[in-house]
Ligand binder design. Sequence first.
Ligand code: C5P
Length: 403
Amino acid sequence: MRLANKKILLGVSGSIAAYKAPDLVRRLRAEGAEVEVVLTRAGAEFITALTLQAVSGRRVHARHLDPEDETVMGHIELARWADLVLIAPASAHLIAKLAAGLADDLLSTLCLASTAPLALAPAMNRAMWEHPATRVNVATLERRGVRLFGPGIGDQACGETGAGRMLEPEELTALTAGLFAAGPLRGVSVVVTAGPTREPIDPVRFVSNRSSGKMGYALADAAAAAGARVTLISGPVAQPLAAGVRRIEVATAEEMRRCALEQAGCDIFIAAAAVADHRPRYPAPRKLKKDAVPAALELERTPDIVGEVAALPAAPFMVGFAAETDDLARNAMAKLRAKGLDMVVANLVGREGTGFESDDNEVTLFWDGGKAELPRAPKRELGRDIIGYIAERYHAQGAAQDP
Ligand code: C5P
């Protein structure tokens, strides 16, 4: 029972995905949660209050400032009651209202009146999800600490395929339980960079490297499992994404840099990406004919992303990677100092079965005044161990800085 005695205010807004809400209520209750349902007017076009009442075992709140409702549990009381406000499905319209801080019906009023964490499971047509207005609204809410569960990618009720599908009740229940899980990074925001970058020669050719992104994805997964809010800034890789991790896809070092700076308000920044060190100085705007490709490409250095984030005035706890061929300790400590990092994850490259594309790795962690050697293990397992050390050092540093 992962949600024993947790009080969840479930908002159901107007989307076809509202038909999944009764299943969600049942699953949340099966995990021990108490669920009060608030149904918006548009939500009631898709699912009846009677159905939700039957599965929640409680009267459904549907009307704003309803005299009868206010005597049972007033709207402010309801807002205070909740340990979590979860809105599933969250329509584009509702997201826009929350971003603007409107309070013109019961659900939006409760969101404004409640100090409980707010989680949204968006559900809408692909084009609506991708619309610049929705992008801005979602970004605004995320900046305020609102948690986004999904949306998923796949077939939609409208016949289209893409991002906008509400996650399944089972996934939503797991993500909700994750919010209450007592991991070492609970309430901490983590950004992970992963994968290679691609530096264009022209629109179809690029310079890159063989990074698979496995280590970065394993770290993002492990950080989420430890309770963190995770944003993964990923170069082009084909890795499965763990539930609860928000991914932003980028291609070039410059895109990764811009995105990293935007996300630098996080608590912990883990630079696991194998950023291309060089890029063509003069990428061609159009595809070059075979014979027009120069025999020698003029290259320039890419920006040092981790160094730039570490140099910010309120830099997060910074973790960088170092792949060294010799003298691991000395080179790793030099990198720690040069880039202003709090921890370096170092490995000796060139060993059979570890490193770039393999499933295993073997690393040593260095920080000011300590180190830890982690023996060869699958990257997933190693990811959990590394996150364990990062959490420990992050909290130790916070404790040292607190008066
Ligand atoms: O300097 P070096 O490439 O060895 O440093 C590796 C570390 O720096 C890794 O954490 C990598 O993600 C990060 N890095 C970066 N931007 C670059 C190059 C490396 O953030 N342009």
